[in-house]
Design a protein around this ligand. Structure first.
Ligand code: ADP
Length: 167
């Protein structure tokens, strides 16, 4: 049986930084599940969970060992239920480190044997985040070099709808 990994996140929306982590994980593991985790008690993001999963499916289409899913549960429970032993997280700046270390410890405590594997962001993605993309999209700026080309129209369209149908 192959080694399965889980790449959890908000992906609101997916960026080129996320895509890079997905590709690198798909090279390391036999199967990678990219899962949109959402919490019904937290404010909804800019994109619906369905849209985010749809965008992730489009950008990972060429990778046969990548699956996309959504969950409103806990990451550790999802991993246990699906026989997943590795959690993938991307690390950008040192500022990511503290909360990521905390989460890794919690997840190891909640699911014995669950390891968090950190992949460093490539320098060109080090300052890339979904929140910057949301800001650019909201003001109608170019998303070239920020999100995969295939999802750019949808990101624009949704942001435009939120802005009163400009997109
Ligand atoms: P979360 O709300 O779980 O942090 P995100 O969608 O913002 O969800 O990020 C999911 C994961 O992807 C996190 O581990 C985050 O550090 C990583 N990540 C986000 N942006 C980048 C990037 N530009 N390069 C590498 N990893 C990234």
């Amino acid at each position: 049986m192959g080694v399965k990994a889980l790449y959890p996140g908000s992906f609101d929306p997916p960026t080129l930084g996320h895509l890079d982590i997905i590709k690198r994980s798909a090279n390391l593991f036999d199967e990678v599940t990219v899962c949109v985790f959402h919490n019904n008690k937290k404010p909804a993001g800019m994109f619906s969970v369905g849209d985010r999963a749809g965008m992730l499916s489009v950008i990972s289409q060429s990778m046969p060992n990548v699956k996309v899913d959504v969950s409103d549960g806990m990451v550790a429970d999802y991993a246990r239920e699906h026989g997943i032993k590795a959690l993938i997280r991307g690390l950008r700046a040192v500022s990511d480190y503290e909360s990521e270390a905390q989460m890794a410890m919690l997840n190891a405590q909640l699911c014995e044997g669950l390891e968090t594997v950190f992949l460093h962001a490539r320098p060109k993605h080090a300052f890339m985040s979904s929140s910057i993309v949301r800001e650019l999209a909201k003001y109608g700026k170019s998303l070239d070099g920020w999100v995969p080309r295939e999802i750019e129209p949808l990101v624009r369209q949704r942001a435009g709808m939120l802005n009163g149908n400009r997109g």
